[in-house]
Design a protein around this ligand. Structure first.
Ligand code: GLP
Length: 251
């Protein structure tokens, strides 16, 4: 097991954080296992209570540990990586071995406001379907998705039950919609009280706000505005090397 190095410039709480993370990675501390109590950690690593608490608080706020009042602190499940590909929720969950689910919250057709008219390049007032669903993985709430689709693209869409069904599947099979391009914006946000309740989060919890535009033949056919749990999702991306740092092979 790792040791705290008192001569290191790395703060002691951070060293303890690293040690605990190593234990989680080595499966000595598996998911849902309790971590040693603050007192044990103080004794084992020769640290003050304040330092131990700082390390644990850090890991709790990072979503790596969770506290159960009166019981202790436990190892959290690893977060899911937000897909940066144009895949459906159903496809993504299945690829991870999780059972995707969708609970119908609301669906309606509304006249396009100026913003939607611009996004879809349709005249204002044209019908747009709005489909609100709670997405689950192995029955656990993960996201609230609000999809907007021009009614002309999928005329009878709202007659189709969309609970526990892939919207992208229905769009493809019934309406011949096959997306060929997409773009997405992801930003940090705070869950409003309705989304917090649906997602089983404390009010004021951090969430990821997503806006996805999916295109077919150069035209936007879906605008999805979604709220994802920030305690269950993280972003990971490859980094490109800037041109000035690229190694140019010698001739
Ligand atoms: C992802 C996207 C949504 C899209 C959904 C469709 O989650 N962020 O924009 O509506 O997939 O998923 P499914 O086909 O499983 O209903």
């Amino acid at each position: 097991m790792g040791k705290i190095d008192p001569t290191s410039p790395v703060p002691k709480y951070f060293q303890l954080r690293e040690i605990l993370l190593d234990l989680m990675e080595d499966a000595e501390l598996p998911v849902d296992a309790p971590i040693p109590s603050e007192r044990e950690l103080c004794q084992r690593f020769g640290l003050s209570r304040m330092t131990v608490r700082q390390a644990v608080d850090h890991l709790v706020s990072e979503g790596r540990l969770y506290r159960v009042p009166g019981k202790g602190t436990f190892v959290a499940r690893p977060k899911i990586e937000m897909p940066l590909r144009l895949v459906s929720f159903t496809e993504d969950m299945r690829a991870r071995g999780l059972e995707p689910g969708a609970r119908d919250l609301d669906r309606r057709t509304m006249p396009a406001n100026a913003h939607l008219a611009r996004v879809f390049d349709i005249p204002p007032g044209t019908g747009v379907h709005v489909i609100e669903r709670l997405r689950t993985a192995d029955s656990e709430p993960m996201a609230v998705e609000r999809s907007h689709i021009p009614a002309t693209v999928a005329p009878g869409l709202l007659d189709t039950p969309l609970s526990d069904v892939s919207l992208y599947d229905v769009l493809e099979k019934r309406f011949g919609v096959v997306f060929d391009a997409g773009e997405q914006t992801i930003e940090a946000g705070i869950a409003d009280s309705a989304d917090a309740r649906l997602l089983d989060l404390a009010r004021g919890s951090a969430v990821l706000l997503l806006q996805r535009r999916s295109f077919m033949n150069g035209t936007c056919v879906e605008l999805a505005v979604s709220t994802y749990r920030a305690d269950r999702y993280q972003l990971h991306s490859a980094l490109e090397i800037p041109r000035r740092n690229r190694v140019v092979p010698r001739q």
